[in-house]
Design a protein around this ligand. Structure first.
Ligand code: NAP
Length: 269
């Protein structure tokens, strides 16, 4: 059984010397996580599909002095995931401290309207990619002797929200996977947790929040009466990967302005 190393002091709040793979790092939450990790001293590998945006980000990170590397990869493809992990393994000498399964997307429809393609696309992008990348990362995380996986889930995997039943199911599956792996891989000193945000200002969220009526509904369901900022999610993701959180595993933590514990729909202010 792994014991706490008793390493007190400020080192508990640093990722110096650690390596991380963050999928989908060029926009939104993934971008915030890459920057948070780099600020905390980690060396980061990331990926995304759009080559021009990817190169622009890498260039900006270089200017900021961050140690961020990566490659273009579609995380919904099994072959590309294998190539991605092989790149990571070569760069980090077969070891990895942190895997952030961040890639995910949504197609919002009523359940009766979803077709086979919608189902396969969302399952492959949101759940299968996270499942397979965790499998591929296992030997690297184990070799690091202190591994951590964070699943970028959603409150939609914890409570029901209007529409998006496939999305909710993929996020619920990630939450359960975090619990299973926490127990299965504890022997390898790998911790696994899920972070479950409600609406955070990102390009993905903006596609639905441009609907003013829906935005009002979101505010009315959120006790803090505002959307979240990507940095309010990346701080929790970072915490879950720091030595400071070394006794936390198998948890699903909501970053939601209180949405998931709000029992009332109508505004009460
Ligand atoms: N924003 C929210 O309100 C919110 C709330 C709850 C949960 N989440 C979850 O948080 C995660 C990130 O969401 P976000 O809002 O930051 O999304 P986003 O703004 O769309 O950013 C997604 C990032 O992932 C990359 N990406 C998307 N599909 C990919 C694929 N198949 N392979 C590789 N890279 C891919 C994108 O770049 P390319 O397009 O170039 O590939 C981009 O860098 C998702 O899992 C989402 O479900 C978000």
């Amino acid at each position: 059984m792994a014991e706490a190393d008793g390493n007190g002091g400020l080192n508990r709040w640093s990722l110096k010397g650690m390596t991380a793979l963050v999928t989908g790092g060029t926009k939104g939450l993934g971008h915030a996580v890459v920057e948070e990790f780099a600020e905390l001293g980690a060396t980061v590998y990331t990926c995304s599909r759009n080559e021009a945006e990817f190169n622009k980000c890498i260039h900006e990170w270089e200017i900021k002095g961050y140690k961020v590397f990566g490659s273009v990869c579609d995380a919904s493809s099994r072959a590309e995931r294998e190539k991605l992990m092989s790149n990571v393994s070569s760069l980090f000498n077969g070891k990895l401290n942190i895997l952030i399964n961040n890639v995910g997307t949504n197609v919002v429809k009523a359940t009766e309207e979803y077709n086979e393609e919608d189902f396969s696309f969302l399952m492959a992008t949101n759940f299968e990619s996270a499942y397979h990348l965790s499998q591929l990362a296992h030997p690297l995380l184990k070799a690091s002797k202190a591994g951590s996986i964070v699943f970028m889930s959603s409150v939609c995997g914890v409570v029901s929200v209007t529409g998006g039943s496939i999305y909710g199911a993929t996020k619920g599956a990630m939450n359960q996977l975090a619990k299973n792996l926490a127990c299965e891989w504890a022997k390898d000193n790998i911790r696994t947790n899920s972070v479950a945000p409600w609406f955070i200002r990102t390009p993905l969220a903006d596609t639905v929040l441009s609907n003013k009526e829906y935005l009002e509904e979101v505010y009315s369901r959120t006790p803090l009466r505002r959307l979240g900022d990507p940095m309010e999610v990346s701080s929790l993701v970072a915490f879950l990967c720091l030595p400071a959180s070394s006794y936390i595993t198998g948890q699903i933590i909501c970053v939601d302005g209180g949405m998931s514990v709000n029992g009332f729909y109508p505004r009460h202010d």
